[in-house]
Write a protein that binds this ligand. Structure first.
Ligand code: CA
Length: 234
């Protein structure tokens, strides 16, 4: 299953950053078995790269990594995406690691060797906490958006949305009547930091698709502000 497909199914996406192949593979099996969509990388550099470029619901981050350390990855992910839940894996009995990790912004930790039940319970708790932080339903114009169910309802009509479309509507709703730049959207929805021309066009393509789904009247609820971005009137 491709990443995009799994996201459309509404499964929480979890990035596993772990250099030991057997642990990495085992973690992915456990996560997939519990209905999550794992993606795995074997180094801190790749973890940071994918963590910033793609949208994940949670990151499981080993602290002991060759090259870029888990603490550095944690600090940078936390700085760029404050809402991203991070569960770190630490060596047993290393209280220093735990303290440093929590100071660098990790939300919780599991010590190695960990039990599968404990790991699953921690993941569930973090995902639940972050879902509670972001409301499950919100209004956008005539639509009631069901963020977890990836759908919207208005006048007894239901449409399906992708995870990105829900996040776009959430931001437009929060910033109603204000101009939101493409750069902001790329950061908040795609998690991209250094954006280029190709990526700004990606936003336009997604907005065009979203308008077709949600607009009912002649003028769009999401207006283009030339050279800058978009403004939602709801
Ligand atoms: Ca390791």
């Amino acid at each position: 299953m491709s990443d995009e497909t799994s996201q459309q199914c509404g499964k929480p996406r979890i990035l596993v950053v772990e250099d030991e192949e057997s642990i990495r593979g085992g973690l992915c099996d456990v996560l997939a078995y519990h209905g999550w969509a794992p993606a795995a990388v074997g180094s801190g550099e790749e973890g940071l790269d994918r963590g910033l470029r793609e949208k994940f619901d949670l990151v499981i981050l080993d602290l002991m990594l060759p090259g870029l350390s888990g603490l550095d990855v944690c600090r940078r992910l936390r700085h760029q995406i404050p809402s991203l839940p991070i569960l770190m894996l630490t060596a047993k009995g290393s209280e220093d690691d735990i303290v440093h990790g929590l100071r660098c912004g990790a939300d919780d930790y599991v010590t190695k060797p960990f039990s599968v039940r404990e790991l699953v319970a921690r993941v569930e708790a973090l995902l639940r906490r972050s879902r509670e932080a972001a409301p499950e339903t919100f209004d956008f114009g005539p639509w009631e958006i069901d963020a977890a169910g990836l759908r919207a309802t208005a006048a007894e009509r239901t449409i399906h949305l992708s995870g990105r479309e829900v996040e776009l509507l959430r931001i437009f709703g929060q910033q109603a009547d204000r101009v939101v730049s493409r750069r902001t959207l790329l950061q908040e929805v795609w998690g991209l930091i250094n954006v280029d021309e190709i990526e700004t066009r990606t936003v336009d393509v997604h907005i065009a698709k979203l308008r077709k789904k949600i607009d009912t009247g002649e003028t769009s609820m999401i207006e283009t502000v030339r050279g800058v971005g978009y403004r939602a009137t709801v």
